[in-house]
Design a protein around this ligand. Structure first.
Ligand code: HEC
Length: 143
């Protein structure tokens, strides 16, 4: 009997429901702007279902999503062929750290199949001192 393999198999089976709380918290805190399916709302907020964006961000994706949720976002963004300008996302760093961890993992894992989201330690750090929007845009545009 290969226990690690069985465990890995069980974890795979459990994966789809792993961020169910994140899904519910997304519906509550993000969907009014980003859409219930995270596909964005033209003229209001860009899609978060955007594998190309998260792939381009690479190792910076945890810092980017943690930075945006805690500090908000502004400035012109190109996303999936549309331009989002003159829009401002309010900072949501007042939400529970655990809720922000759940939501960001839901977006990266469940919506985009991109692997791990930011740690609670990173979210806590950004809640205390969120990054500047200019720094986040720089990260988004490749550093
Ligand atoms: C009041 C509306 C609003 C809410 C609520 C909101 N957002 Fe946003 N979000 C925006 C807007 C507007 C932008 C684009 C800002 C810009 O154009 O610079 C944005 C941008 C983003 C981006 C960057 C997308 C990109 O293409 O780079 C992420 C990630 C994000 N939001 C995640 C979230 C998450 C997760 C939540 C819930 C915790 C959330 N947002 C809640 C309005 C909102």
């Amino acid at each position: 009997m290969n226990k690690p393999l069985i465990l890995a198999g069980l974890l795979t089976l459990l994966a789809p429901a792993a961020w169910a709380d994140g899904h519910a918290a997304f519906e509550e805190n993000c969907a009014s702007c980003h859409g219930a399916d995270a596909e964005g709302i033209e003229g209001l907020a860009p899609p978060l279902h955007n594998a190309a964006l998260w792939k381009t961000l690479g190792d910076h994706r945890q810092a980017y999503i943690a930075g945006v949720v805690t500090g908000g976002m502004s400035g012109t963004l190109q996303s999936k062929g549309s331009t989002y300008e003159g829009l401002v996302m309010p900072p949501l760093g007042y939400l529970d750290t655990a809720t922000l961890v759940e939501i960001t993992h839901y977006v990266l894992n469940d919506v985009n199949q991109m692997g791990d989201g930011p740690s609670a330690a990173l979210i806590t750090q950004y809640q205390a001192s969120p990054p500047e929007h200019a720094a986040l845009r720089k990260l988004r545009n490749g550093g």
